[in-house]
Design a protein around this ligand. Structure first.
Ligand SMILES: *[C@@H]1O[C@H](CO)[C@@H](O)[C@H](O)[C@H]1NC(C)=O
Ligand SMILES: *[C@@H]1O[C@H](CO)[C@@H](O)[C@H](O)[C@H]1NC(C)=O
Ligand SMILES: *[C@@H]1O[C@H](CO)[C@@H](O)[C@H](O)[C@H]1NC(C)=O
Ligand SMILES: *[C@@H]1O[C@H](CO)[C@@H](O)[C@H](O)[C@H]1NC(C)=O
Ligand SMILES: *[C@@H]1O[C@H](CO)[C@@H](O)[C@H](O)[C@H]1NC(C)=O
Ligand SMILES: *[C@@H]1O[C@H](CO)[C@@H](O)[C@H](O)[C@H]1NC(C)=O
Ligand SMILES: [Zn+2]
Length: 511
């Protein structure tokens, strides 16, 4: 390592010479500002006007919140403020921003809660309720070869008026009092993983599996996101005749559905897959993962972007316990996108995943929540330009942080780290697309004065740090730029459904 003594957070200090206190203060403030994410961008006159509109609304929300912190939405739990965010003027604009790509989300939690719930109205869906676990599965007629007491969902809906709210509560983490319902990170992860098991048999029914992925792409598209890189473990998919599809066939379903989506929406730029099976396995299973990966990449080299491992990190099997397999993958030239440091612990194996991810030459790091406790690792990700995938709402719901203004992303952003913002598992907490997380990032992670340049840089980063090759990246960037320009023009023409801000000059627009 070159220089172990460099403190990553303190960029070169400018000696202040003026004897005028106010001038020095001004200089210091401005000097510090230039490190923040997005601050290196120069806005055109038109962009500045859009930024001024955005900032007027941002300041309104900040000023309200500063007077009464209960009015500051981004400082509170997402479940409590979601409805209010949907009425926020800042959120309204963020929804229209061309956001580039979504780089961190998971196969079985990609869609909105509403769409997921609607799936339970499909014909032939059966439910069986065991102690702590409910299971869902499609069967034809009564051809049910299972010991479980399967009952038609539609029958229960008819006979029990409370059934709907019961079922809804079983496929969602949303609750009135998240602090009480989920007392710590283990209980919240348990609830989270129970939902994955509950919806497994619902989503892996072949017709739904494909429709679901189509909807996932559509919801991103409607949120002005044009490219997706998602993690998946390729579950067993079944059909009504009892056929089971192999991992390769399941990957083929994604490819097929993506192509169909792109035919319907030719300006959607693309989708790529990161094979991300469960980390809570033994060495033999990990060996199988390596073999599976080999087959997947051979058949779909353009679609498969790389490898990751998922599951609660604190619950074990750090990256290092699979070193030999990961080195084997590395020798095959596989790109890694490791989840690492999604923890509040320091010095536990989870926390060291960050160092192993870097040593293994990871392309990006999922979450990297713990990175600032490792000054050299933090320096290395800057030097090696390893993007950090921050998912603010996920981190809040899964109990790493309560008030997002205390999220380490605040410091990463203030110091211009290569950050992208993503949604992780929007299905389970009622978010949709990227806008909710971008809103939280804009309001809580970036301070009051981060303006449109911050959002623009997030979009640029989402393409820059994607796994696309240099040519495709250039194309994607060009397409995004033209979307961006359309967005700027449209904002300037827009009849805002609310009063135009009067503190700034947005009226005389003539360039
Ligand atoms: C922004 O403008 C400054 C001053 O003109 C220039 O030095 C800098 O390179 C520009 N940055 C970008 C990203 O174009
Ligand atoms: C869910 O179903 C309702 C009722 O049929 C419908 O109005 C709504 O658009 C559906 N939502 C989604 C996301 O499909
Ligand atoms: C099977 O489930 C149905 C509906 O939930 C219930 O009415 C019935 O009592 C259950 N039968 C057994 C044997 O548990
Ligand atoms: C009934 O289930 C069995 C076992 O899953 C399967 O082999 C058979 O094809 C099914 N028959 C029908 C009509 O779905
Ligand atoms: C896999 O094998 C290695 C080498 O024997 C061992 O150090 C590691 O703990 C094993 N991993 C798991 C998850 O058991
Ligand atoms: C590290 O990964 C990059 C791509 O992210 C690749 O170009 C490079 O060859 C890798 N280096 C090693 C030592 O594996
Ligand atoms: Zn994740």
């Amino acid at each position: 390592m070159k220089n172990v003594c460099i403190l990553v957070l303190l960029s070169a200090y400018v000696p202040l010479s003026s004897s005028d206190y106010w001038a020095e203060r001004e200089k210091l403030i401005n000097y510090e500002k230039q490190f923040s994410l997005g601050s290196k961008l120069n806005l055109t006159e038109k962009e500045k006007r859009v930024s001024d509109i955005l900032m007027t609304y941002k300041f309104e929300e900040y000023d309200l919140g500063f007077l009464n912190p209960n009015d500051f939405l981004a400082g509170q739990h997402f479940f409590k403020v979601k409805d209010k965010i949907e009425k926020s003027k800042v959120f309204d604009i963020i929804q229209r921003v061309p956001k580039g790509s979504s780089l961190h989300s998971h196969d079985e939690a990609l869609v909105s809660q509403e769409y997921l719930y609607n799936l339970t109205y499909r014909d032939n869906l059966y439910i069986c309720i065991e102690k702590d676990q409910i299971n869902l599965h499609f069967f034809r007629g009564n051809n049910i070869s299972d010991s479980c007491n399967w009952t038609l969902v539609s029958d229960l809906r008819r006979s029990d008026k409370n059934f709907d709210s019961y079922l809804k509560s079983k496929i969602s983490m949303i609750c009135n009092d998240p602090d009480k319902t989920y007392s710590n990170s283990n209980t919240v992860w348990k609830a989270f993983q129970t939902i994955f098991r509950t919806i497994g048999g619902l989503l892996t029914y072949k017709p739904i599996f494909e429709e679901y992925f189509y909807e996932a792409l559509l919801e991103l598209y409607e949120d002005n996101v044009k490219y997706l890189e998602f993690r998946g473990f390729l579950p067993e998919v079944y059909d009504i005749d009892g056929n089971i599809y192999s991992k390769l066939e399941v990957l083929g379903m994604y490819v097929h559905t993506f192509k169909k989506f792109q035919t319907d929406h030719p300006d959607f730029f693309g989708a790529r897959f990161i094979y991300a099976p469960n980390r809570h396995v033994d060495n033999a299973t990990m060996d199988e993962y390596v073999n599976t990966f080999r087959k997947l990449r051979k058949k779909y080299p353009d679609f498969v972007a790389g490898f990751d491992l998922v599951g609660q990190e604190d619950a074990g099997n750090p990256l290092i316990s699979f070193l030999s397999q990961l080195e084997e993958l590395q020798k095959m030239g596989v790109n890694f996108f490791f989840h690492a440091g999604e923890t509040n612990w320091e010095g536990e194996s989870t926390d060291f995943n960050i160092l192993d991810a870097i040593l293994l030459n990871t392309t990006r790091i999922g979450h990297s929540y713990a990175i600032l406790k490792h000054p050299i690792a933090a320096q290395l990700v800057k030097e090696k330009d390893i993007a950090l995938e921050i998912c603010p709402i996920s981190n809040q719901v899964l109990k790493l942080v309560t008030d997002l203004r205390n999220h380490p992303g605040v410091i990463l952003i203030a110091n211009g780290f290569p950050v992208v913002i993503s949604a992780d598992d929007p299905s389970f907490w009622g978010s949709r697309g990227l806008s909710y997380d971008w809103y939280m990032a804009f309001m809580a992670l970036a301070g009051k004065n981060s303006d449109l340049r911050f959002l623009k840089q997030l979009a640029i980063n989402s393409i820059k740090y994607s796994s696309l090759d240099e040519n495709k990246k250039k194309l994607a960037m060009n397409e995004w730029e033209s979307d961006w320009n359309v967005f700027i023009e449209a904002e300037l023409q827009r009849q805002y459904p609310y009063d135009l801000p009067n503190v700034i000059n947005v009226i005389e627009i003539n360039d």
